[in-house]
Design a protein around this ligand. Structure first.
Ligand code: SF4
Length: 329
């Protein structure tokens, strides 16, 4: 347990020095690209998808149009946003389909992609279009995991990550803070990262959804989040750390960057583009002494309404540009 405020600042200061030394001063904007709005598990206690499962009768109808997915990837390239991973798709897309989508995205962006598409034993089917595999660990406490994510077996996630490593893929985990874990659980996280040789940790803060067990829970405190991230950064100077923060919590960004984040995520990027919120993100990055890779405000970067890749994407590109110029706030 941290004793005094000065200890927190000391921890963050050291984490910041370590990050700058090992990773330089660039901060990425990360965009998770969803493949579908369906989840076959649908029972994680915090998840919006768990409130939707019974409302969707046919999972294939919740699949996104692939041209929309490709247009989103093209927009990410134009704005120099990283694709955090391809997400969702449990039972909505086959492995062969996910592979094809990843290959096309690699052709569009020039970069292979991370996957966060659930537990699978078909990793052998993937090749150079995939950079790494993400295990949705979610809960930083194994006993709590059982209760919060009853259908996502931690053993199976861990096993998949080990197989991914054997096949030469990088490995990531996602962890949501605010689910009932405590600061003491950082030790478990440290062991997990060590045991499974994790290259990248993506932290999110709880976003409590109506109709879930966490509906009335608060997001974790900024300095709690910062302590967890700093401890992980100081224990693992070389790994990549991505931190998610919601639009109602943009003030977290500066402190999370100082604590060790290499990238930030979890924004409605197109909606926030060019708005006071997009500008705020850039200000947060600037005041933490970092350089933002990509833009949240430069309208020129949105480019032409025509796709550079495939005319089939035009109508979706137009829609993304329109949304980015709308200033919804
Ligand atoms: S967290 Fe993932 S596996 Fe769990 S219900 Fe949500 S989408 Fe499904």
């Amino acid at each position: 347990m941290i004793k005094m405020d000065s200890d927190i600042f000391d921890l963050i200061k050291k984490a910041n020095e370590t990050t700058l030394k090992k990773h330089g001063n660039e901060i990425s904007l990360e965009r998770a690209i969803f493949l579908s709005w369906w989840c076959d598990k649908g029972d994680c206690a915090f998840c919006y998808m768990s409130t939707q499962k019974d409302k969707i009768k046919d999972p294939t109808k919740a699949r996104r149009n692939v041209h929309n997915i490709y247009a989103e990837a093209e927009m990410c390239k134009r704005l120099n946003w990283n694709i955090e991973f391809l997400s969702g798709g449990y039972k909505s897309f086959t492995t062969a389909e996910i592979k094809e989508i990843a290959t096309t995205i690699k052709n569009i962006t020039g970069d292979s992609v991370w996957l966060n598409t659930g537990i699978t034993d078909e990793l052998e089917e993937y090749g150079s279009e995939i950079k790494g595999i993400t295990g949705a660990v979610e809960v930083a406490n194994p006993e709590l995991h059982q209760k919060v994510c009853p259908s996502k077996s931690l053993d199976k996630i861990s096993n998949m990550l080990d197989v991914a490593g054997d096949l030469g893929f990088q490995k990531a985990i996602t962890v949501i803070l605010g689910l009932g874990e405590t600061l003491d659980d950082v030790d478990y996280l440290i062991d997990y990262i060590k045991d499974h040789k994790i290259d990248r940790v993506i932290f999110y803060s709880l976003n409590s959804h109506k109709e879930t067990a966490y509906a009335n829970s608060s997001q974790p405190a900024s300095l709690y989040y910062a302590q967890v991230v700093s401890k992980i950064r100081l224990t693992f100077p070389d790994i990549t750390i991505i931190c998610g923060t919601w639009i109602d919590n943009l003030a977290n960004i500066g402190i999370l960057i100082l604590s060790g984040a290499n990238g930030i995520t979890k924004f409605p990027l197109f909606k926030m583009f060019g708005t006071k919120y997009g500008k705020r993100v850039e200000e947060e990055v600037k005041w933490s002494g970092r350089q933002l890779k990509g833009t949240f405000t430069d309208k020129k970067q949105l480019g032409n309404p025509e796709s550079n890749v495939d005319p089939e994407l035009n109508k979706f590109i137009k829609r993304y540009i329109k949304e980015s110029l709308k200033n919804k706030y």
